[in-house]
Design a protein around this ligand. Structure first.
Ligand SMILES: CC(=O)SCCNC(=O)CCNC(=O)[C@H](O)C(C)(C)COP(=O)(O)OP(=O)(O)OC[C@H]1O[C@@H](n2cnc3c(N)ncnc32)[C@H](O)[C@@H]1OP(=O)(O)O
Length: 309
């Protein structure tokens, strides 16, 4: 359990509190002096829990810090405390969620841009209290508050424990492969009841169809090339007509586009979970090796494989 030099009870009038970018418990009422005191204590709590979460996940840098929450517009942290523990009470769990704009592959390998998609960003229950139903309690509170359903949440690089948790409590097992580190489950794109914070994603519509090639603005097209729709003869004629110089130019241009889009598609952020060094991204290897590239949607290495051990 995580104890502090100060009494946490005034900050936790109830076992689970919600904290947004003002770094105050959602239940907080007080004057300016009390407000400063509460934010300072809350920062300490968030930083400590964030650090413990990173350690338990094998990350060399926390995903969750008070400073990061303060700078965010659409993230919320849920904290679970045991006010009966010790003289000052103890904080035992943290769950950070937020909405993100993401390019995602659907079940058919088509790119969809999901705006303000609900995401699970960091989740931690202290080692001494794990597997006692507290994670579920925290998660359920979050789902109720945000009005989200588990199936419609993407999960940022989940650990084995979180994958087991989602499987056990919500029957989430079959994932849809992605090019980034987010994990989502089959049914994510199905037309269910829409939820707060989530606008319906849409498949990028084809911009043009030319010589049997289906060309869109989607990152899929830029990463893997245009999708061929016509017959083989048309394709051979098309490539047979190209001079080798223009082919080289096109290849170069294509590689530059790929690099730029890879940046976008993986949502790399120097501050988030992705700030932590980790083994080379398999997608980057596929693209930069220039070797026979994989098929659509196959570049999304599993989130777990990118986790630092
Ligand atoms: C996006 C991200 O945040 S990824 C990082 C997720 N966080 C971590 O991996 C940090 C370490 N783990 C934890 O903090 C916790 O185990 C959590 C947050 C994942 C789950 O919290 P808990 O309080 O343990 O969950 P709860 O008790 O409600 O559910 C238990 C279930 O979670 C899964 N689980 C929890 N701990 C483990 C474990 N050590 N090994 C395997 N599965 C586990 C299992 O499915 C377990 O059910 P079982 O005991 O019947 O096998």
């Amino acid at each position: 359990m995580v104890e502090f030099r100060f009494d946490i009870k005034p900050l936790f009038p109830q076992p689970i509190i919600k904290v947004a970018s003002n770094l105050l418990p959602h239940t907080f009422r007080g004057d300016r002096r009390q407000c400063l005191d509460a934010t300072s204590k809350m920062s300490e709590i968030i930083d400590r829990l964030g650090q413990l979460s990173a350690i338990s996940q094998g990350l060399n840098k926390p995903v969750t810090t008070a400073q990061r929450l303060r700078m965010s517009e659409n993230q919320t942290i849920y904290l679970l405390a045991d006010t009966e523990a010790g003289p000052n009470g103890a904080v035992i769990g943290l769950l950070k969620v937020g909405t993100k704009d993401l390019y995602l592959f659907d079940e058919k390998g088509q790119t969809r841009k999901m705006e303000q998609s609900p995401s699970i960003l960091d989740f931690y229950v202290h080692e001494s209290r794990q597997r006692a139903g507290l994670g579920k309690r925290l998660f359920e509170t979050m789902l109720n508050e945000e009005q989200w359903t588990p199936l419609k949440c993407s999960v940022d690089r989940p650990s084995e424990k979180l994958l087991a948790f989602l499987s056990k409590h919500y029957g989430l097992v079959r994932t849809i492969p992605q090019a980034n580190n987010f994990v989502l489950y089959e049914g994510f794109f199905s037309d269910g009841a829409s939820q707060k914070g989530s606008r319906n994603g849409h498949a990028e519509s084809p911009e043009r169809t030319k010589n049997g090639l289906h060309i869109t603005n989607s990152p899929n097209t830029h990463l893997f090339g245009a999708t061929y729709l016509g017959d083989d003869t048309t394709k051979q004629k098309r490539f047979g007509r190209r001079g080798s110089d223009s082919q080289q130019q096109q290849q170069q241009q294509h590689q530059q586009q790929q690099a730029a889009l890879l940046q976008q598609i993986t949502q790399i952020s120097p501050n988030g979970r992705y700030g932590a060094p980790r083994p080379t991204c398999s997608m980057a290897e596929i693209i930069h090796a220039g070797s026979a590239s994989s098929g659509k949607g196959s570049g999304g290495g599993s989130a777990e494989s990118n986790r630092i051990k």
